[in-house]
Design a protein around this ligand. Structure first.
Ligand code: KIV
Length: 289
């Protein structure tokens, strides 16, 4: 896609023309700048924030305040991508009124252009209400991290024929409710392909094979910012943890040895100010202050 801001119209056109959509998570200002420089179509301020930035085991502890805070930073670092902010656990399940208020916060305070929420036919009334309030909604099906305990772990979904059919029905229900796209996470490739063929809105895959209309990945996974863990569906395009760790070790060693800061990182006083400083200290010229 070209360099102007990604809009819902462009996303619809991409589905029609078969142009692949690109999406990456970001959680802060430099992350958003990097994503924008790479020309990504959409940035997801994912509640994976909880795992990769805040150090939680799951996404469940992430709050609305966390999401607003990080969405603001991403919005400041990006002018071209569509910013989608995740609605965190319990920010939309309690009541439709709460969902509207919280989605509104992500857009009004956070600067998001759209929100994402997890679930299928169960969340249709929420999706309808949000979209009728002018809030673009991205759905999220398959492995839904906010239900990790109910699903019994980080597991592939839609593996049986019936589960695959249920996913398709969920995806169609989200489309009918007004969602502009749907994330398919950890779904067998054939199932993701079948859903993609039957929807008029784009599917954005993560761990769901190449037939989806677009792909989303977690920033830290593709840049190798995790010390060790990489999900099977992710490809490490760089090893930034190793690069960063080497650089920081060098910094620590140079501070300890006195090599840093060197002359290039150091500024001196002007001669006359230095002379006056010595005079004020009652010292002779040529002495050390
Ligand atoms: O929070 C997140 O990063 C996500 C992606 C895994 C799709 O929801």
């Amino acid at each position: 896609m070209e360099n102007s801001r990604t809009t819902l119209k462009k996303i619809r056109e991409a589905k029609a023309t078969g142009e692949k959509l690109t999406m990456i998570t970001a959680y802060d200002y430099p992350g958003a700048q990097l994503a924008e420089a790479a020309g990504v179509d959409m940035i997801l301020v994912g509640d994976s924030l909880g795992n990769v930035v805040l150090g939680y085991e799951t996404t469940l502890p992430v709050t609305m305040d966390d999401m607003v805070h990080h969405t603001k930073a991403v919005a400041r670092g990006n002018k071209t991508a569509l910013v989608v902010a995740d609605m965190p656990f319990l920010s939309y399940q309690v009541s439709i009124e709460e969902a509207v208020k919280n989605a509104g916060r992500l857009m009004q305070e956070g600067g998001a252009h759209a929100v994402k929420l997890e679930g299928g036919r169960d969340v249709v009334p929420i999706v309808r209400r949000l979209t009728s309030a002018g809030i673009p909604v991205m759905g999220h099906l398959g492995f839904t991290p906010q239900s990790v305990h109910q699903l019994g772990g980080f597991l592939m979904q839609g593996k049986s024929a019936q589960a695959a059919k249920d996913l398709l029905d969920d995806a169609k229900a989200l489309e009918e409710a007004g969602a502009f796209a749907v994330v398919l996470e950890l779904v067998p490739a054939e199932v993701a392909a079948a859903i993609t063929r039957r929807l008029n809105i784009p599917t954005i895959g993560i761990g769901s094979g190449p037939a989806c209309d677009g792909q989303v990945q977690v920033f830290h996974d593709v840049l190798g910012l995790n010390a060790s863990f990489t999900p099977r569906h992710a490809k490490r395009y760089a090893e930034l943890y190793a690069v960063g760790s080497r650089a920081l070790s060098e910094y620590v060693a140079e501070v300890r040895s006195g090599q840093f800061p060197g002359p290039e990182q150091t500024r001196q006083m002007q001669d006359e100010e230095k002379a006056e400083f010595l005079r004020l200290l009652g010292l002779e010229e040529g002495k050390e202050a």
